[in-house]
Design a protein around this ligand. Structure first.
Ligand code: ZN
Ligand code: ZN
Length: 431
């Protein structure tokens, strides 16, 4: 047994924000009670003193890339989930664009077997929508569901055509799987490397307009309406896209979306010729960034997702035009969310919802701290001062634009199935 005592419990499902002790017994939560009341029941239990700390449901990341199988020099399931644990994540959803692509049950099973040997963070894989994510024939979606996928996506690229999307959605509606789309009308931006705007002109880099995203969102929302399938928009970055999601929700369509920490923190003005600022979708305008923050606060955005996209240093250490898209994200996600909270633009309870109940709902799951629920918890500080040093990251990759950034607030413990899989201060290099 493990007793987490003296913490401030934040549970978005019940709206609880109060001092509570939480007793874990094996893989389940055994009891939740005001401070001191569980002492007798917990006699002999290991004690975790969470004084001055927040106790939240375990964080879920709907969107990451772990690179295994096929690109283990950039990340493995072991290093990726270690970084996730250090970021407070108890479950992560790896995208299927590995080599081979996760488009059939044998790849799904192999990924889950590797995860079982790794850090203890739960892996909830996302299967490809089309075979090889090539946008032609359907992937083996039903068999992958049997093997454990929680959603489908061709991330790395959009689901190629409206016709294919309709087929995928008809299929996934029957299987009760959400379809996650990387929304992008590629015909609008061949060769683009950043957002189109004043800064792309200033830097002489080819830009893609915000409409490249929102055009695809408009298509997807209409196919979701046609099929009744759940649609989740990945890494939404533009105000116009957010407006479409808001309108879809007003019509009660099954449409949800996620926003990444880098998109709600940085803008295209931060882009120089530094490849750590190159990702897809690219960093957006200041107006878009401010709209994303408003969407986090008002409920239009359902989840904060990292789109953790490791690339080994040699791949990113090239000219801006030639570098692959993507930045790492697990270890800085909570601290970047807390920056918005400290700025007074997002409530702490709502931020916790965006990392817990929000992503769970996208997957059709629950997330709450109550007797009988899985013992997955994230304990964090809102005040702990620290500096992110990318060379100390658990990830194999170093492509973060937040190296050297000073933060206020950090994950202190990550608990999965009643077991502490990460505790701050016990890992070399942590402060
Ligand atoms: Zn994507
Ligand atoms: Zn991605």
């Amino acid at each position: 047994m493990l007793l987490i005592k003296n913490g401030r419990l934040l549970d978005p499902a019940s709206g609880t924000d109060a001092p509570r002790d939480v007793l874990l017994d094996g893989e389940r939560i055994a009891a939740v009670a005001p401070p001191g009341q569980l002492a007798e029941r917990a006699s002999g239990a290991e004690i975790f003193d969470a004084v001055n700390l927040v106790v939240a449901p375990g964080f879920i990341d709907l969107h990451c890339h772990l690179r295994e199988p096929g690109a283990e020099s950039s990340e493995t399931i072991e290093t990726g989930t270690l970084a996730a644990a250090r970021g407070g994540f108890t479950a992560v959803c790896p995208m299927p664009n590995t080599r081979p692509v996760n488009d059939n049950a044998s790849v799904t099973r192999a990924i889950l077997e590797r995860a079982a040997e790794a850090s203890g963070v739960r892996l909830w894989p996302i299967g490809a929508a089309s075979a090889g994510s090539k946008g032609e024939a359907l992937a083996e979606i039903a068999a992958m569901k049997g093997a454990g996928i929680v959603a489908v996506s061709d991330d790395g690229r959009p689901i190629a055509t409206a016709k294919l999307l309709r087929q995928v959605m008809d299929y996934c509606r029957a299987l009760e799987l959400p379809v996650i789309d990387h929304c992008e009308d590629s015909s609008l931006f061949a060769g683009a490397v950043m957002r189109e705007g004043k800064q792309s002109v200033r830097l002489g880099l080819r830009g893609m307009p915000a409409a490249a995203e929102s055009l695809a969102v408009a298509r997807d929302v209409q196919i979701a309406e046609l099929t009744g399938c759940r649609l989740h928009i990945a890494h939404l970055s533009a105000r116009a896209s957010l407006d479409l999601v808001r309108a879809a929700k007003e019509k009660d369509l099954p449409v949800t979306c996620e926003v990444t920490p880098h998109h709600f923190t940085l803008t295209d003005e931060d882009v120089q010729y530094d490849t750590r600022y190159k990702m897809n979708p690219p960093l957006a305008s200041r107006e878009d960034r401010d709209a994303l923050i408003a969407g986090l606060a008002d409920g239009t955005v359902d989840a904060i997702a990292t789109d953790h996209a490791p690339h080994e240093p040699a791949l990113k250490d090239v000219e801006f035009d030639r570098a692959p898209f993507g930045v790492t994200g697990f270890e800085t996600a909570l601290a970047l969310g807390l920056e918005v909270v400290h700025a007074g633009k997002l409530s702490l309870l709502r931020m916790v919802e965006l990392l817990t109940l929000g992503p769970a709902r996208v997957l059709g799951m629950k997330r709450r701290i109550a007797e009988g629920e899985p013992a997955d918890l994230t304990v964090f500080s809102t005040e702990h001062a620290w500096t992110f040093r990318v060379e100390e990251s658990a990830s194999k990759s170093r492509n973060s634009p937040f190296d050297g950034r000073n933060f206020r607030g950090a994950p202190m413990a990550t608990i999965v199935a009643g077991r502490i899989v990460y505790r701050r201060g016990l890992v070399t290099g942590d402060s």
